[in-house]
Design a protein around this ligand. Structure first.
Ligand SMILES: Cc1cc2nc3c(=O)[nH]c(=O)nc-3n(C[C@H](O)[C@H](O)[C@H](O)COP(=O)(O)OP(=O)(O)OC[C@H]3O[C@@H](n4cnc5c(N)ncnc54)[C@H](O)[C@@H]3O)c2cc1C
Length: 275
């Protein structure tokens, strides 16, 4: 039987500072934030996420909810800008003995909070990190994992590859916009999994075709998929309805949705099947 343990974490909002900005390729930026407030940060689940709070681009002032005895409270003034992102790597002590966290952000334009922040990020900016509120640990009872990711899910995909036990066989399908995005995938990714690469510019329909061509999926396999929500509806239907996989073996998460600002990823991906 496949199971995934869930862990709750105390809510906390940590103020940090941008330490480094590294462009991995034209549309992906690695932001490293540091600060003593990060000490004790925990994200033990492969697809854990944090809420990242960005400074007001006009004033550089950071406004975040504040922890009070009654829980998190929104301040009465200041612009709150936040999006869900993946804590890629946390180091309890960097070379200066301070905790630091890497976050990789897709740059898809200049007029939305996360992408605008990533496009113009520079050392010294204040950034807030809230969460993770909970973690779902790596599944136990599996011999195989199928991972399906787009650019936004590559940080979580990387975490899955690092956290899955070595005796679990991994098959991956990665869909990206252009060939540049390949540069994100290192030899370590390729050594851990065979990866089928798809390019959106080659047209729609290839993702579901690639998933269908996996054939039947056994009861010792866990499937995780994350990316653009519309593209994943058919993927989820195929896994759950055509292949009849139970919920315990499948997680399909919309990380963003074309035309929707700040997608609520807790809302059902497929309105016709809210399970
Ligand atoms: C659990 C979780 C983990 C995530 N981890 C990461 C991560 O590590 N790195 C990362 O980059 N993203 C990640 N995302 C996705 C990210 O939260 C969304 O892409 C978010 O919408 C980006 O915010 P924004 O301010 O740039 O755009 P928004 O203000 O939310 O949206 C503005 C417009 O941009 C479009 N848009 C949003 N994202 C994209 C995109 N990638 N490409 C093209 N158009 C887009 C929207 O459809 C909308 O039309 C994660 C999401 C979730 C739910």
């Amino acid at each position: 039987m496949v199971t995934r343990e869930r862990i709750r974490h105390e809510p906390e909002v940590r103020r940090t500072t941008v330490e480094r900005v590294d462009w991995l390729h034209e549309t992906m930026v690695r932001i490293t934030v540091t600060g003593e407030n990060l000490r004790g940060f925990k994200a033990p689940g492969p697809n854990d996420h944090v809420k990242v709070f960005f400074p007001d681009p006009a004033t550089e002032k950071l406004t975040t909810p504040q922890m009070t005895a009654d829980g998190l409270k929104r301040p009465t003034d200041g612009l709150i800008l936040s999006r869900d992102l993946t804590p890629l790597v946390f180091r309890e002590n960097n070379s200066a003995g301070v905790p630091e966290l890497d976050i990789d952000i897709v740059v898809h334009g200049d007029d939305a909070p996360a992408t605008a922040f990533a496009a113009h990020a520079h050392p010294g900016q204040p950034v807030g990190i809230a969460g993770p509120r909970g973690s779902k640990l790596v599944p136990v009872g599996i011999r195989r994992a199928v991972l399906i990711a787009d650019e936004t899910a590559l940080p979580a995909f990387t975490r899955w590859l690092r956290m899955l036990p070595p005796d679990v066989t991994v098959t991956s399908i990665v869909q990206v916009n252009t060939e540049e995005a390949d540069q994100y995938l290192t030899q370590q990714h390729r050594d851990r999994s065979n990866i089928e690469l798809l390019y959106r510019e080659d047209g729609p329909g290839q993702l579901i075709e690639a998933v269908r061509s996996l054939g039947s999926i056994g009861d010792d396999t866990y499937v995780w998929a994350a990316g653009e929500a519309n593209e994943l509806v058919e993927v989820r239907r195929h896994l759950r309805r055509d292949l009849g996989l139970p919920a315990e073996q499948v997680e399909v998460e919309g990380y963003w949705k074309r035309g929707i600002v700040n997608l609520d990823h807790h809302a059902p991906l497929d309105p016709s099947d809210p399970d």
